[in-house]
Design a protein around this ligand. Structure first.
Ligand code: ADP
Length: 313
């Protein structure tokens, strides 16, 4: 079944394999998947999505099944975002990043997108440039994973219509012409991410990581006329969905403990408002949604990959 092209918000589910602990349990799995009908059944309740990937789905299946068409849209000048959403330990980082070796079968969405973008640009465009940035958002604080954060350089969100609405002031945006340069930057970014997570004491489950690829290219479909196209692809590894809290904003104790994540909570509200076509979309209520405003809703394409652990426990 084809995914509807005109849909601006698409949702896929990826169920990871049982881990050793789950396998050892007497009735291990609580989830079954029907890929043809795009359905997931959890404890006798069945839900339908735009795409469903079971435990045998490979990283390549994910890329071909739901990511490649999004990258094509970004190459055509659209603003696109792919989120991995799910509880900690369900495979968000595996899905969005995976192995950073470009030809490893475990390479996730980011390395596959990088390879695909440069292959396409080299084959089809006479002139292009690619800019990348890598940002971590922890407790509504912005951390530049490619730049120097220590030298008093404060990252702030500012508004500027010429720069496409809200942008992150002082964020390092590196211009690159080859995929291998991006892989070098990714190595630096992921080392900085691990360092930041260690310093911030297990922020991996509570922080969001946003890898952004901005593609500038010259389009000359009409002879003699050239047009600059700018497409953006945001690849986002979200905080663990357990950080939203079961009772949401009303859970005062969880809020005091800092375990409710404002950005994740707002993202849920924004997506719901977009899907319900509400007149007011609360982008301004969190840094994540302010930052991604231009890439959510409107003519932008948003894809959510909800990751799920199948274990009954
Ligand atoms: P999260 O980012 O949601 O906390 P991880 O991506 O770190 O979760 O995944 C937790 C563990 O499960 C890792 O060891 C990862 O390699 C493994 N894993 C997750 N998804 C898959 C999958 N689809 N296939 C194989 N292993 C997976």
């Amino acid at each position: 079944m084809e995914i509807e092209k005109e849909k601006s918000v698409r949702v896929a589910v990826r169920v990871r394999p049982l881990n050793e602990r789950e396998k050892a349990s007497p009735r291990p799995s609580a989830v079954s998947v029907a890929t043809k009908t795009h359905q997931v059944t959890v404890r006798k309740k069945t839900y339908t999505f735009d795409r469903v990937f079971g435990q045998y789905a490979t990283q390549k299946d994910i890329f071909k099944g739901i990511v490649q068409s999004v990258v094509d849209e970004a190459l055509a000048g659209y603003n696109c975002t792919i989120f991995a959403y799910g509880q900690t330990g369900t495979g968000k980082t595996h899905t969005i990043q995976g192995s950073l070796s470009p030809h490893d079968e475990n390479a996730g969405i980011i390395p596959r997108c990088v390879n695909y973008i440069f292959e396409k640009l080299q084959a089809t465009k006479s002139e292009y440039s690619v800019r990348v940035s890598y940002l971590q958002l922890y407790n509504e604080e912005l951390i530049d994973l490619l730049g120097e954060n220590k030298k008093g350089k404060q990252l702030k969100l500012l508004e500027n219509a010429n720069r496409g609405g809200v942008y992150c002031h002082n964020l390092e945006e590196v211009t690159t012409l080859t995929a291998s340069h991006v892989f070098d930057l990714l190595e630096i970014g992921s080392k900085n991410r691990i360092m930041a997570e260690t310093l911030l004491n297990d922020s991996s489950s509570r922080s969001h990581c946003i890898f952004t690829i901005r593609i500038h290219s010259k389009e000359s479909s009409i002879p003699g006329e050239e047009m600059i196209q700018i497409g953006t692809l945001n690849l986002v590894d979200l905080a663990g969905s357990e950080c939203v809290g079961r009772s949401g904003a009303r859970n005062v104790r969880a809020r005091e403990a800092g375990s409710i994540n404002q950005s994740l909570l707002t993202l849920g509200r924004v997506i719901t408002a977009l899907v319900d076509k509400l007149p007011h979309i609360p982008y301004r209520d969190s840094k994540l949604t302010r930052l991604l405003q231009e890439s959510l809703g409107g003519r932008a394409m948003t894809t959510i990959i909800a990751t799920l652990g199948p274990g009954k426990c």
